[in-house]
Design a protein around this ligand. Structure first.
Ligand code: 13P
Length: 251
């Protein structure tokens, strides 16, 4: 059985003082029924990882370079993230694909770098509104899955997050039917490519306007193993009810 995962993505938000929110989350869930991961800005990772080392909250990053070191001004490698205390890194978020022209090939190389550094790669994929309106959702997702996920991916080092671009930060989550369709498609694709054992063990998250008031409905959808949460992961008041909904779904 897959252990559920509540992951937060703080994006370009948060300063040292905001780490108090993580301490609150950790103390509210000393022994959670699901895994908890907060992907923080790089500036906060080391401090957060040190502060949370005795808790069940894992700290992650939001991007990494595909090389381990070298002349890449301003970039950070997966090795450095692991050294700072990160346990996971998001790769291929749609904001990076759009703002930094990241291709599926780049995303795959970053996921490989994450694996090489001992990090879990949270590989994001999702269609734009134009692609959905054109009836191309599953084509796009299928192509992203094929080319963004490394050949040697396994459940121990890879999580897939389905994040429809139009649902991110819009307050408009995908419907249960839309999520169910894509997650069933992803599960079938993973089983076809990696075999039943690995294909059924890799966790699938949904992301895009997950909030306390829609979390229970989303977590009841088959093949949804948790969420990748943006805005509602920034405060304990918003994130804790989402964790509670996920823990309840586990029972
Ligand atoms: P929101 O939850 O703010 O829509 O963001 C989702 C997201 O992009 C998480 O990676």
């Amino acid at each position: 059985m897959r252990r559920r995962l509540a992951a937060g993505n703080w994006k370009m938000n948060g300063r040292l003082a905001d780490l108090d929110q993580l301490a609150k989350i950790a103390s509210a869930y000393p022994d959670p029924a699901c895994d908890m991961l907060l992907c923080l800005p790089a500036t906060l990772i080391h401090t957060a990882a040190a502060r949370l080392s005795d808790t069940s909250v894992m700290v992650g990053a939001q991007d990494c370079h595909c090389a381990a070191s070298g002349a890449h001004t301003g970039d950070i490698s997966a090795v450095q993230l692991a050294d700072a205390g990160a346990r996971a890194v998001i790769v291929g978020h749609s904001e990076r694909r759009a703002d930094h022209s990241e291709t599926n090939g780049t995303v795959c190389a970053k996921a490989l770098a994450a694996h090489g550094a001992g990090l879990t790669a949270v590989i994001c994929l999702g269609e734009t509104l134009a692609e959905r309106d054109a009836g191309r959702t599953l084509d796009v997702i299928g192509a992203q899955l094929a080319a963004s996920v490394p050949e040697a991916a396994g459940a121990e080092n890879t999580v897939i997050a389905y994040e429809p671009v139009w649902a991110i930060g819009s307050g408009r989550s995908a419907t249960s039917d839309q999520i169910a369709q894509v997650h069933a498609f992803l599960r079938a694709g993973l089983v076809e490519r990696f075999g039943t054992q690995t294909g059924t063990a890799i966790r699938l998250l949904y992301g895009g306007s997950v909030k306390p008031d829609n979390a229970t409905e989303i977590f009841a959808i088959p093949e949804v193993d948790g969420a990748l949460v943006g805005g509602a992961s920034l405060t304990a008041d918003d994130f804790c009810p989402i964790l509670a909904a996920l823990a309840a779904a586990q029972d």
